[in-house]
Ligand binder design. Structure first.
Ligand SMILES: [Zn+2]
Length: 578
């Protein structure tokens, strides 16, 4: 008895911990495996107990569900970007269609999104609250697959698995159902760990029927199980290596999903039998998955961060083919093209992205890529941006400064238009600093180092917290031959509170490497550069360096790239020899 109480306490505490971890969306996933096992074991133990539970009414179950879903479904108001709204609307639409033929018509279904790429799971709370994680959604490829997954969760509610689970939990502690209002949200974690094998089989059986009755192809259920089988196999054959197709999902989360469910092969075989026994068509065509472009863009971004530019580009293009208005994919393609060193492709992609609602970064890439590719075309696209609906927004201010920068060969435009822009930004010091820093890049590229330094100092004065200005000044000062000043600039950029992400960390290491090289500390330079290249693969891209830096600095970076490539080759040979 004592052991069981201890288990339950642990189980609830574990639930609370997991709940907090998930709510705070930790970026490094902490595997909740041991805790989940504990939850699952505790659950089985509780279910073996000869406890009497009475059947509750639909209304009562809805009240219990409303309580348990606090913090899960009611947090849906946060993070509402366009993608999230699209995901939520679509899941709700498919889910409501699937729920139409449930037995217990008194239960109203609510669909909630677990908005983290690491959330590779789905579960249902009593009262019809179905939660599906973004990570799981990203693995699907047809609407029919989604219909089956949702059907399975709806069946857990319709078959009373969900409400009975909380009833058993409470009864084993000699508590009435009213106590659920004191337990609160942490108990929801019970539902993520899966049910008994019999209940899982029942949910598959009733779930596929619900999806079929809603007009979905049963092929969806078989397809998704076949994919899970494949992922499971790949994960265990290439021990520890992430499955590349799902680059945006933490490996641990994928593993977790397979641990909490019966083997996919078993489920698929059982589903095939069910389909055969009803003489359902297992080959009816499936419907396209409207969320596919969103997740393709997400995977493409993850591949880009790993330096797998060709694969990233292919995936962005796939997303754009499916949805030519997907801004994230349009912006992402321009960015990855640019980072891969292909100025011409980057310009074309940035112009395409700029016809909709481009990010500020896309505007910058458009201009920079135009300066090494088709200048006239970039000038036209930037001019169009200055006259579009972005009046007074950063997109437009950037289009104006880029236009001034790219036409710097024509001083009348550059000087007058740029000064007009600065005068308009007199009351917006942060934007003023950003615009000046951007202009300084054009001055630096044109070899006007002195002008660039003046501009960056003005940027720093306008908004001292914009650390990027000082970081760029370090490049310029080093090029200028002022290595001590460049060191001071880096320190100043750190004091200014520059984003402490891996991106600027890699940039700082690269500047330090160039400074070391110029002061004849070549070994140190190579070590510092290795740090840049390890953290941000773009530093190894020859043309990206050529497109962004002055010829003098690029020449040093090329040498450092060569040394790093040789070091990597050496390390590879050593590994192979072993
Ligand atoms: Zn289940």
């Amino acid at each position: 008895m004592r052991r069981r109480m201890a288990l339950i306490v642990l189980l609830l505490a574990g639930g609370a911990v997991l709940f907090l971890l998930q709510r705070h969306k930790v970026s490094t996933p902490i595997t909740p495996r041991p805790l989940l096992y504990l939850v699952a074991d505790g659950e089985r133990e509780a279910e073996r107990l000869p406890l009497d539970i009475t059947q509750v009414s639909d209304q009562e179950e809805m009240r219990v569900g409303a309580r348990l879903s606090i913090g899960v479904c009611h947090a849906q108001g946060q993070n509402r970007d366009a993608d999230f709204v699209k995901i939520h609307t679509y899941v709700t639409q498919v889910g409501e269609a699937v729920a139409r033929n449930v037995n217990r018509q008194g239960i109203h279904y609510t669909f909630c999104i677990g908005d983290s790429p690491g959330f590779v799971n789905a579960y249902a709370l009593p009262g019809g609250y179905v939660v599906i994680g973004r990570g799981l959604l990203s693995l699907l490829e047809s609407e029919d697959e989604l219909a089956f997954i949702l059907g399975h969760e709806i069946a857990h509610v319709d078959d009373r698995h969900a409400i009975e689970r909380v009833q058993y939990q409470l009864a084993s502690r000699k508590l009435g159902l009213e106590s659920v209002y004191q337990l609160g949200a942490p108990i929801q974690m019970l539902y993520e760990s899966g049910y008994s094998k019999e209940q899982e089989q029942e949910a598959d059986r009733d779930g596929i029927a619900l999806a079929y009755q809603a007009g979905y192809s049963t092929k969806g259920a078989l397809d998704v199980m076949a994919r899970f089988e494949k992922i499971d196999r790949e994960m265990h054959s290439a021990a520890g290596s992430p499955v590349e197709e799902f680059a945006s999902i933490p490996f641990e989360s994928l593993e977790e999903y397979f641990r909490s469910h019966p083997p996919a092969a078993e489920r698929r075989q059982a589903l095939e039998q069910i389909i055969a026994s009803h003489s359902w068509n297992a080959n009816a065509p499936v419907r396209p998955y409207a969320l596919r472009p969103i997740f393709l863009a997400e995977q493409a971004a993850a591949l880009d961060a790993q330096g797998k530019f060709a694969k990233s580009i292919a995936r962005y293009k796939e997303a754009i083919n499916l949805d030519s208005m997907n801004q994230r994919a349009l912006d992402g393609l321009a960015r990855t093209d640019w980072r891969s060193g292909d100025g011409q492709a980057a310009e074309t992609a940035a112009i395409a992205a700029a016809t909709h609602n481009p990010s500020v970064e896309t505007v910058r890439i458009l201009a920079r890529a135009g300066s090494v590719s088709n200048r006239q075309q970039a000038i036209e696209a930037l001019t169009a941006l200055t006259t579009r609906q972005f009046q007074g927004k950063p997109t437009q201010q950037y289009a104006r400064v880029e236009l001034a920068g790219i036409t710097a060969g024509h001083p009348p435009y550059a000087s007058s238009e740029y000064r007009v822009l600065l005068s308009e930004l007199a009351n917006q010091p942060q934007l003023d600093a950003m615009v000046r820093t951007e202009m300084a890049w054009w001055m630096y590229r044109a070899g006007n180092l002195k002008e660039a330094v003046t501009e960056l100092e003005a940027a720093h004065q306008a908004f001292p917290n914009f650390g990027q200005a000082m970081l760029w000044k370090a490049w310029v000062d080093s090029d200028y031959g002022h290595q001590a000043d460049a060191e001071n600039d880096i320190a100043a950029s750190l004091n200014a509170g520059i984003d402490n992400n891996s991106d600027s960390g890699a940039t700082q290491a690269a500047i330090r490497a160039v400074i070391s090289w110029r002061t004849d500390k070549k070994d140190l330079a190579e070590t510092q550069f290795q740090q840049s290249a390890d953290n941000e693969p773009v530093w190894m891209v020859h043309n990206w360096v050529a497109n962004n830096f002055s010829p003098a600095t690029a020449a040093i970076l090329f040498q450092l790239q060569g040394a790093e490539a040789a070091r990597r080759e050496e390390a590879r040979k050593k590994r192979e020899a072993r």
